[in-house]
Design a protein around this ligand. Structure first.
Ligand SMILES: Cc1cc2nc3c(=O)[nH]c(=O)nc-3n(C[C@H](O)[C@H](O)[C@H](O)COP(=O)(O)OP(=O)(O)OC[C@H]3O[C@@H](n4cnc5c(N)ncnc54)[C@H](O)[C@@H]3O)c2cc1C
Length: 389
Protein backbone atom coordinates (compact mmCIF):
# COMPACT_ATOMS: atom_id res chain seq x y z
CA UNK A 1 0.00 0.00 0.00
CA UNK A 2 2.92 2.27 0.75
CA UNK A 3 3.75 2.69 -2.92
CA UNK A 4 0.20 3.75 -3.73
CA UNK A 5 0.68 6.98 -1.83
CA UNK A 6 4.41 7.37 -1.20
CA UNK A 7 7.09 7.78 -3.86
CA UNK A 8 10.85 7.49 -3.58
CA UNK A 9 11.21 11.06 -2.32
CA UNK A 10 8.66 10.44 0.41
CA UNK A 11 10.65 7.38 1.50
CA UNK A 12 13.88 9.37 1.63
CA UNK A 13 12.16 12.06 3.66
CA UNK A 14 10.88 9.42 6.10
CA UNK A 15 14.35 7.96 6.52
CA UNK A 16 15.99 11.31 7.17
CA UNK A 17 13.25 12.30 9.63
CA UNK A 18 13.57 8.98 11.48
CA UNK A 19 17.30 9.42 11.66
CA UNK A 20 16.95 12.98 12.93
CA UNK A 21 14.44 12.00 15.62
CA UNK A 22 16.58 9.11 16.85
CA UNK A 23 19.73 11.23 17.04
CA UNK A 24 18.45 14.62 18.12
CA UNK A 25 15.17 14.04 19.97
CA UNK A 26 15.04 10.57 21.53
CA UNK A 27 18.05 11.13 23.85
CA UNK A 28 16.15 14.04 25.51
CA UNK A 29 12.63 12.64 25.65
CA UNK A 30 12.75 11.16 29.15
CA UNK A 31 14.02 14.45 30.56
CA UNK A 32 11.31 16.47 28.78
CA UNK A 33 8.65 14.02 29.95
CA UNK A 34 9.81 14.67 33.53
CA UNK A 35 10.17 18.45 33.33
CA UNK A 36 7.21 19.12 31.05
CA UNK A 37 9.43 21.51 29.12
CA UNK A 38 10.86 20.86 25.67
CA UNK A 39 14.19 22.65 25.37
CA UNK A 40 14.20 25.50 22.94
CA UNK A 41 17.16 24.25 20.91
CA UNK A 42 15.15 21.40 19.40
CA UNK A 43 12.53 23.76 18.00
CA UNK A 44 15.30 25.58 16.17
CA UNK A 45 16.82 22.32 14.91
CA UNK A 46 13.44 21.10 13.69
CA UNK A 47 12.99 24.46 11.94
CA UNK A 48 16.44 24.31 10.36
CA UNK A 49 15.60 20.87 8.98
CA UNK A 50 12.48 22.32 7.34
CA UNK A 51 10.02 20.18 9.34
CA UNK A 52 7.77 23.10 10.28
CA UNK A 53 7.55 24.35 6.71
CA UNK A 54 6.50 21.12 5.02
CA UNK A 55 3.18 22.40 3.69
CA UNK A 56 3.69 26.16 3.82
CA UNK A 57 4.45 28.57 0.95
CA UNK A 58 8.01 29.11 -0.17
CA UNK A 59 7.46 32.87 0.22
CA UNK A 60 7.72 32.39 4.00
CA UNK A 61 10.50 29.81 3.90
CA UNK A 62 8.24 26.76 3.55
CA UNK A 63 8.68 23.77 1.26
CA UNK A 64 5.15 23.65 -0.20
CA UNK A 65 5.13 19.82 -0.29
CA UNK A 66 2.15 17.51 -0.71
CA UNK A 67 0.09 16.27 2.25
CA UNK A 68 1.80 12.86 2.36
CA UNK A 69 4.94 14.54 3.73
CA UNK A 70 2.76 15.74 6.59
CA UNK A 71 1.45 12.18 7.01
CA UNK A 72 5.05 10.96 7.34
CA UNK A 73 5.91 13.76 9.77
CA UNK A 74 2.95 12.85 11.99
CA UNK A 75 3.53 9.09 11.83
CA UNK A 76 7.20 9.25 12.71
CA UNK A 77 6.55 11.65 15.59
CA UNK A 78 4.23 9.03 17.09
CA UNK A 79 6.89 6.35 16.80
CA UNK A 80 9.33 7.89 19.29
CA UNK A 81 6.77 7.42 22.04
CA UNK A 82 6.15 10.84 23.46
CA UNK A 83 2.63 11.97 22.72
CA UNK A 84 3.58 15.23 24.46
CA UNK A 85 6.54 15.97 22.23
CA UNK A 86 4.51 15.10 19.14
CA UNK A 87 1.59 17.27 20.30
CA UNK A 88 3.82 20.28 20.96
CA UNK A 89 5.21 19.99 17.44
CA UNK A 90 1.98 19.46 15.53
CA UNK A 91 0.00 21.98 17.63
CA UNK A 92 2.57 24.55 16.54
CA UNK A 93 2.85 23.44 12.91
CA UNK A 94 -0.76 22.42 12.23
CA UNK A 95 -2.99 24.31 14.68
CA UNK A 96 -1.45 27.75 15.21
CA UNK A 97 0.34 27.97 11.86
CA UNK A 98 -2.67 26.73 9.86
CA UNK A 99 -4.72 29.71 11.05
CA UNK A 100 -1.79 32.07 10.60
CA UNK A 101 -1.20 30.96 7.02
CA UNK A 102 -4.87 30.92 6.03
CA UNK A 103 -6.17 34.05 7.74
CA UNK A 104 -3.14 36.09 8.75
CA UNK A 105 -2.38 39.37 6.95
CA UNK A 106 0.79 39.65 4.89
CA UNK A 107 2.34 41.70 7.70
CA UNK A 108 1.53 39.06 10.35
CA UNK A 109 2.78 36.26 8.12
CA UNK A 110 6.07 38.00 7.38
CA UNK A 111 6.73 38.41 11.08
CA UNK A 112 5.22 35.28 12.68
CA UNK A 113 4.85 32.60 9.99
CA UNK A 114 8.41 33.03 8.75
CA UNK A 115 9.77 32.75 12.30
CA UNK A 116 7.47 29.77 13.00
CA UNK A 117 8.88 27.90 10.02
CA UNK A 118 12.46 28.50 11.14
CA UNK A 119 11.59 27.40 14.68
CA UNK A 120 12.48 30.80 16.14
CA UNK A 121 8.90 31.32 17.32
CA UNK A 122 6.39 28.87 18.78
CA UNK A 123 2.65 29.25 18.42
CA UNK A 124 -0.45 27.91 20.14
CA UNK A 125 -4.16 27.89 19.31
CA UNK A 126 -6.52 29.09 22.04
CA UNK A 127 -10.16 28.11 21.61
CA UNK A 128 -11.19 26.10 24.70
CA UNK A 129 -12.33 28.01 27.78
CA UNK A 130 -12.77 26.96 31.41
CA UNK A 131 -16.57 27.29 31.02
CA UNK A 132 -16.69 24.76 28.21
CA UNK A 133 -14.77 23.45 25.24
CA UNK A 134 -17.30 21.49 23.23
CA UNK A 135 -19.64 24.46 22.98
CA UNK A 136 -17.30 26.69 20.99
CA UNK A 137 -20.04 29.25 20.33
CA UNK A 138 -20.52 29.64 24.08
CA UNK A 139 -17.07 31.12 24.64
CA UNK A 140 -16.91 34.21 26.87
CA UNK A 141 -13.61 35.86 25.99
CA UNK A 142 -14.31 39.24 24.42
CA UNK A 143 -12.49 41.56 22.04
CA UNK A 144 -13.72 45.17 22.12
CA UNK A 145 -12.72 47.44 19.29
CA UNK A 146 -11.34 50.74 20.59
CA UNK A 147 -9.98 53.00 17.84
CA UNK A 148 -7.25 51.13 16.05
CA UNK A 149 -6.92 48.53 18.82
CA UNK A 150 -8.85 45.61 20.30
CA UNK A 151 -9.01 45.04 24.06
CA UNK A 152 -9.13 41.35 24.98
CA UNK A 153 -10.56 40.05 28.26
CA UNK A 154 -11.23 36.48 29.31
CA UNK A 155 -9.51 33.15 29.74
CA UNK A 156 -8.60 29.95 27.90
CA UNK A 157 -7.67 26.54 29.19
CA UNK A 158 -5.99 23.26 28.20
CA UNK A 159 -3.89 25.09 25.61
CA UNK A 160 -1.03 23.05 24.13
CA UNK A 161 2.15 25.20 24.08
CA UNK A 162 0.11 27.63 26.17
CA UNK A 163 2.97 28.48 28.52
CA UNK A 164 6.14 28.52 26.41
CA UNK A 165 4.84 29.77 23.04
CA UNK A 166 5.75 33.20 21.67
CA UNK A 167 2.40 34.05 20.18
CA UNK A 168 -1.19 32.96 20.68
CA UNK A 169 -3.90 32.55 18.07
CA UNK A 170 -7.00 33.43 20.09
CA UNK A 171 -10.72 33.15 19.42
CA UNK A 172 -12.79 35.90 21.07
CA UNK A 173 -16.25 37.38 20.80
CA UNK A 174 -16.41 40.62 18.85
CA UNK A 175 -20.22 40.59 18.80
CA UNK A 176 -21.21 38.65 21.94
CA UNK A 177 -24.95 38.77 21.18
CA UNK A 178 -24.45 37.03 17.81
CA UNK A 179 -23.48 33.56 19.11
CA UNK A 180 -21.29 31.70 16.67
CA UNK A 181 -21.59 34.58 14.20
CA UNK A 182 -19.84 36.93 16.63
CA UNK A 183 -16.45 35.22 17.00
CA UNK A 184 -13.18 36.54 15.57
CA UNK A 185 -9.60 35.32 15.58
CA UNK A 186 -6.61 37.36 16.74
CA UNK A 187 -2.89 37.00 17.04
CA UNK A 188 -1.59 38.06 20.44
CA UNK A 189 2.11 38.41 21.02
CA UNK A 190 3.18 36.75 24.29
CA UNK A 191 4.94 39.94 25.40
CA UNK A 192 1.75 42.00 25.40
CA UNK A 193 0.85 43.40 28.84
CA UNK A 194 -1.99 41.55 30.58
CA UNK A 195 -1.29 38.04 29.20
CA UNK A 196 -0.51 35.46 31.88
CA UNK A 197 -0.31 31.65 31.82
CA UNK A 198 -0.35 28.86 34.40
CA UNK A 199 0.96 25.39 33.63
CA UNK A 200 -1.45 22.52 34.25
CA UNK A 201 -0.51 19.05 35.53
CA UNK A 202 -2.01 16.19 33.54
CA UNK A 203 -2.30 12.42 33.03
CA UNK A 204 -0.33 12.15 29.77
CA UNK A 205 1.27 14.26 27.04
CA UNK A 206 3.67 15.11 29.82
CA UNK A 207 6.47 16.57 27.71
CA UNK A 208 4.15 19.25 26.34
CA UNK A 209 3.13 22.28 28.36
CA UNK A 210 -0.62 22.68 28.69
CA UNK A 211 -1.66 26.10 29.89
CA UNK A 212 -4.50 28.05 31.38
CA UNK A 213 -4.29 31.58 30.02
CA UNK A 214 -5.76 34.83 31.31
CA UNK A 215 -6.26 38.00 29.28
CA UNK A 216 -6.64 41.07 31.46
CA UNK A 217 -7.30 44.19 29.39
CA UNK A 218 -4.86 43.06 26.73
CA UNK A 219 -4.53 45.81 24.12
CA UNK A 220 -3.49 44.64 20.65
CA UNK A 221 -3.32 46.47 17.29
CA UNK A 222 -6.49 46.14 15.20
CA UNK A 223 -4.18 44.77 12.49
CA UNK A 224 -3.81 41.61 14.58
CA UNK A 225 -7.35 40.58 13.60
CA UNK A 226 -7.01 37.50 11.41
CA UNK A 227 -9.32 37.37 8.43
CA UNK A 228 -12.69 39.07 8.72
CA UNK A 229 -14.39 40.16 11.91
CA UNK A 230 -17.11 37.73 13.10
CA UNK A 231 -15.96 34.97 10.75
CA UNK A 232 -13.89 33.16 13.40
CA UNK A 233 -16.32 30.27 13.96
CA UNK A 234 -16.20 29.42 10.25
CA UNK A 235 -12.41 29.50 10.25
CA UNK A 236 -12.28 27.23 13.31
CA UNK A 237 -14.72 24.74 11.80
CA UNK A 238 -12.93 24.74 8.47
CA UNK A 239 -9.56 23.94 10.04
CA UNK A 240 -11.09 21.30 12.34
CA UNK A 241 -11.31 19.06 9.26
CA UNK A 242 -7.54 18.83 8.83
CA UNK A 243 -6.96 18.83 12.60
CA UNK A 244 -9.21 15.81 12.99
CA UNK A 245 -7.59 13.89 10.19
CA UNK A 246 -4.23 14.70 11.79
CA UNK A 247 -5.46 13.22 15.07
CA UNK A 248 -6.74 10.15 13.22
CA UNK A 249 -3.35 9.68 11.55
CA UNK A 250 -1.59 10.11 14.90
CA UNK A 251 -3.85 7.39 16.31
CA UNK A 252 -3.15 4.78 13.61
CA UNK A 253 0.58 5.50 13.90
CA UNK A 254 0.76 5.09 17.68
CA UNK A 255 -1.28 1.87 17.44
CA UNK A 256 1.14 0.59 14.81
CA UNK A 257 4.10 1.49 17.01
CA UNK A 258 2.52 -0.38 19.95
CA UNK A 259 1.83 -3.42 17.79
CA UNK A 260 5.34 -3.56 16.34
CA UNK A 261 6.81 -3.36 19.82
CA UNK A 262 4.45 -5.99 21.24
CA UNK A 263 5.04 -8.38 18.34
CA UNK A 264 8.79 -8.26 18.92
CA UNK A 265 8.34 -8.64 22.69
CA UNK A 266 6.07 -11.65 22.26
CA UNK A 267 8.63 -13.33 20.04
CA UNK A 268 11.19 -13.15 22.85
CA UNK A 269 9.21 -13.64 26.06
CA UNK A 270 8.68 -17.24 27.10
CA UNK A 271 6.08 -18.92 29.33
CA UNK A 272 5.34 -22.62 29.81
CA UNK A 273 8.39 -23.48 27.69
CA UNK A 274 7.51 -21.51 24.55
CA UNK A 275 7.46 -17.94 23.34
CA UNK A 276 4.17 -16.27 24.16
CA UNK A 277 3.47 -15.55 20.48
CA UNK A 278 2.68 -19.27 20.18
CA UNK A 279 -0.42 -19.02 22.42
CA UNK A 280 -3.50 -19.00 20.23
CA UNK A 281 -5.40 -16.60 22.48
CA UNK A 282 -2.66 -13.99 22.05
CA UNK A 283 -2.14 -14.71 18.35
CA UNK A 284 -5.81 -14.12 17.59
CA UNK A 285 -5.89 -11.00 19.68
CA UNK A 286 -2.82 -9.67 17.87
CA UNK A 287 -4.43 -10.53 14.51
CA UNK A 288 -7.55 -8.56 15.51
CA UNK A 289 -5.46 -5.57 16.59
CA UNK A 290 -3.44 -5.49 13.37
CA UNK A 291 -6.64 -5.77 11.34
CA UNK A 292 -8.25 -2.81 13.09
CA UNK A 293 -5.12 -0.72 12.78
CA UNK A 294 -4.62 -1.48 9.08
CA UNK A 295 -8.24 -0.65 8.29
CA UNK A 296 -7.85 2.74 9.99
CA UNK A 297 -4.54 3.41 8.27
CA UNK A 298 -5.95 2.57 4.85
CA UNK A 299 -8.97 4.79 5.47
CA UNK A 300 -6.72 7.66 6.60
CA UNK A 301 -4.52 7.41 3.52
CA UNK A 302 -7.57 7.57 1.30
CA UNK A 303 -8.90 10.63 3.11
CA UNK A 304 -5.42 12.20 3.01
CA UNK A 305 -5.31 11.56 -0.74
CA UNK A 306 -8.62 13.33 -1.24
CA UNK A 307 -7.59 16.21 1.01
CA UNK A 308 -4.40 16.52 -1.01
CA UNK A 309 -6.54 16.91 -4.13
CA UNK A 310 -8.28 19.83 -2.46
CA UNK A 311 -11.51 18.07 -1.44
CA UNK A 312 -13.25 19.26 1.73
CA UNK A 313 -13.37 15.94 3.56
CA UNK A 314 -15.01 17.13 6.76
CA UNK A 315 -17.21 14.05 7.30
CA UNK A 316 -14.42 11.56 6.62
CA UNK A 317 -11.92 13.48 8.78
CA UNK A 318 -14.45 13.46 11.63
CA UNK A 319 -14.98 9.73 11.17
CA UNK A 320 -11.23 9.22 11.11
CA UNK A 321 -10.69 10.85 14.49
CA UNK A 322 -13.72 9.12 16.01
CA UNK A 323 -12.76 5.63 14.91
CA UNK A 324 -8.96 5.76 14.94
CA UNK A 325 -8.65 7.18 18.46
CA UNK A 326 -11.00 4.46 19.74
CA UNK A 327 -9.02 1.83 17.89
CA UNK A 328 -5.70 3.16 19.25
CA UNK A 329 -6.95 3.08 22.85
CA UNK A 330 -8.18 -0.49 22.43
CA UNK A 331 -5.05 -1.71 20.66
CA UNK A 332 -2.71 -0.08 23.17
CA UNK A 333 -4.74 -1.49 26.08
CA UNK A 334 -4.30 -4.95 24.55
CA UNK A 335 -0.59 -4.42 23.80
CA UNK A 336 -0.01 -3.49 27.43
CA UNK A 337 -1.72 -6.74 28.35
CA UNK A 338 0.62 -8.69 26.03
CA UNK A 339 3.56 -7.42 28.10
CA UNK A 340 2.06 -8.58 31.40
CA UNK A 341 3.62 -6.79 34.40
CA UNK A 342 6.26 -5.20 32.19
CA UNK A 343 3.49 -3.38 30.37
CA UNK A 344 2.78 -1.51 33.59
CA UNK A 345 6.39 -0.41 34.09
CA UNK A 346 7.72 2.98 33.03
CA UNK A 347 10.84 1.41 31.51
CA UNK A 348 8.62 -0.15 28.84
CA UNK A 349 6.76 1.97 26.29
CA UNK A 350 3.18 0.87 26.94
CA UNK A 351 2.69 2.81 30.18
CA UNK A 352 3.37 6.19 28.55
CA UNK A 353 1.60 5.17 25.36
CA UNK A 354 -1.55 4.27 27.31
CA UNK A 355 -1.83 7.57 29.11
CA UNK A 356 -0.88 9.60 26.02
CA UNK A 357 -3.41 7.79 23.86
CA UNK A 358 -6.29 8.55 26.23
CA UNK A 359 -6.38 12.15 25.07
CA UNK A 360 -7.31 11.05 21.54
CA UNK A 361 -11.09 10.82 22.06
CA UNK A 362 -11.11 14.13 24.04
CA UNK A 363 -8.87 16.82 22.49
CA UNK A 364 -9.87 18.62 19.29
CA UNK A 365 -13.52 17.56 19.65
CA UNK A 366 -14.72 14.75 21.90
CA UNK A 367 -16.06 11.55 20.40
CA UNK A 368 -19.58 12.56 21.49
CA UNK A 369 -19.32 15.84 19.55
CA UNK A 370 -17.88 14.03 16.53
CA UNK A 371 -20.85 11.63 16.51
CA UNK A 372 -23.16 14.66 16.61
CA UNK A 373 -21.45 16.13 13.54
CA UNK A 374 -21.55 12.85 11.60
CA UNK A 375 -25.20 12.29 12.57
CA UNK A 376 -26.13 15.82 11.44
CA UNK A 377 -24.46 15.24 8.09
CA UNK A 378 -26.07 11.85 7.52
CA UNK A 379 -29.48 12.18 9.14
CA UNK A 380 -30.20 15.91 8.87
CA UNK A 381 -28.34 16.26 5.53
CA UNK A 382 -26.36 19.17 6.96
CA UNK A 383 -23.78 20.30 4.45
CA UNK A 384 -20.61 21.84 5.92
CA UNK A 385 -19.04 24.01 3.26
CA UNK A 386 -15.50 25.37 3.17
CA UNK A 387 -14.98 29.11 3.19
CA UNK A 388 -13.98 30.46 -0.15
CA UNK A 389 -11.66 33.41 0.25
C1 LIG B 1 -3.98 17.81 26.96
C2 LIG B 1 -4.98 18.68 26.27
C3 LIG B 1 -4.56 19.53 25.25
C4 LIG B 1 -5.48 20.38 24.62
N1 LIG B 1 -5.02 21.30 23.69
C5 LIG B 1 -5.88 22.28 23.26
C6 LIG B 1 -5.40 23.38 22.45
O1 LIG B 1 -4.22 23.43 22.08
N2 LIG B 1 -6.28 24.34 22.11
C7 LIG B 1 -7.59 24.32 22.49
O2 LIG B 1 -8.32 25.24 22.15
N3 LIG B 1 -8.08 23.29 23.25
C8 LIG B 1 -7.25 22.29 23.64
N4 LIG B 1 -7.73 21.26 24.41
C9 LIG B 1 -9.12 21.28 24.81
C10 LIG B 1 -9.99 20.18 24.20
O3 LIG B 1 -10.21 20.41 22.84
C11 LIG B 1 -11.28 20.13 25.04
O4 LIG B 1 -10.93 19.55 26.28
C12 LIG B 1 -12.40 19.35 24.38
O5 LIG B 1 -12.85 20.02 23.23
C13 LIG B 1 -13.58 19.13 25.33
O6 LIG B 1 -13.97 20.30 25.97
P1 LIG B 1 -14.13 20.30 27.58
O7 LIG B 1 -12.91 19.72 28.15
O8 LIG B 1 -14.50 21.66 28.00
O9 LIG B 1 -15.30 19.29 27.86
P2 LIG B 1 -16.88 19.63 27.93
O10 LIG B 1 -17.27 20.40 26.73
O11 LIG B 1 -17.18 20.20 29.27
O12 LIG B 1 -17.52 18.16 27.84
C14 LIG B 1 -17.60 17.30 28.97
C15 LIG B 1 -18.27 15.99 28.52
O13 LIG B 1 -19.59 16.29 28.03
C16 LIG B 1 -19.73 15.77 26.71
N5 LIG B 1 -20.59 16.66 25.92
C17 LIG B 1 -20.51 18.01 25.80
N6 LIG B 1 -21.46 18.45 24.95
C18 LIG B 1 -22.14 17.35 24.51
C19 LIG B 1 -23.23 17.15 23.60
N7 LIG B 1 -23.79 18.18 22.93
N8 LIG B 1 -23.66 15.89 23.41
C20 LIG B 1 -23.08 14.82 24.06
N9 LIG B 1 -22.05 14.96 24.93
C21 LIG B 1 -21.59 16.21 25.14
C22 LIG B 1 -18.31 15.75 26.15
O14 LIG B 1 -18.19 14.85 25.06
C23 LIG B 1 -17.52 15.31 27.38
O15 LIG B 1 -17.61 13.91 27.52
C24 LIG B 1 -6.84 20.35 24.99
C25 LIG B 1 -7.27 19.45 25.99
C26 LIG B 1 -6.36 18.66 26.63
C27 LIG B 1 -6.86 17.75 27.74
Amino acid sequence: MNNLYFNEEHHLFRESLKDFLQKEVVPHIDKWEKTGHIDRFIWKKMGDMGFFGINYPEAYGGLNLDFFYTVIFLEELQKINSGGFAAAMWAHAYLAMTHLNAEGSEQLKQKYLTASITGDMIGCLCITEPFGGSDVAGMRTTADKKGDTYVINGSKTFITNGVYSDYLIVAAKTTPSAGNKGISIFLIDRNTAGVSATKLDKLGWRASDTGEIAFDNVVIPAANLMGEENMGFNYIMQHFASERLIMGINAHARAEFALEYATQYMSERTAFGKTIDKFQALRHSLADCYTQMEICKTFNYTVAYRMNLGEYVVKEATMSKLQCTKMADEVIYQCLQFLGGYGYMEEYPMARLSRDSRLGPIGGGTSEILREIIAKMIIDKKDYKPITK
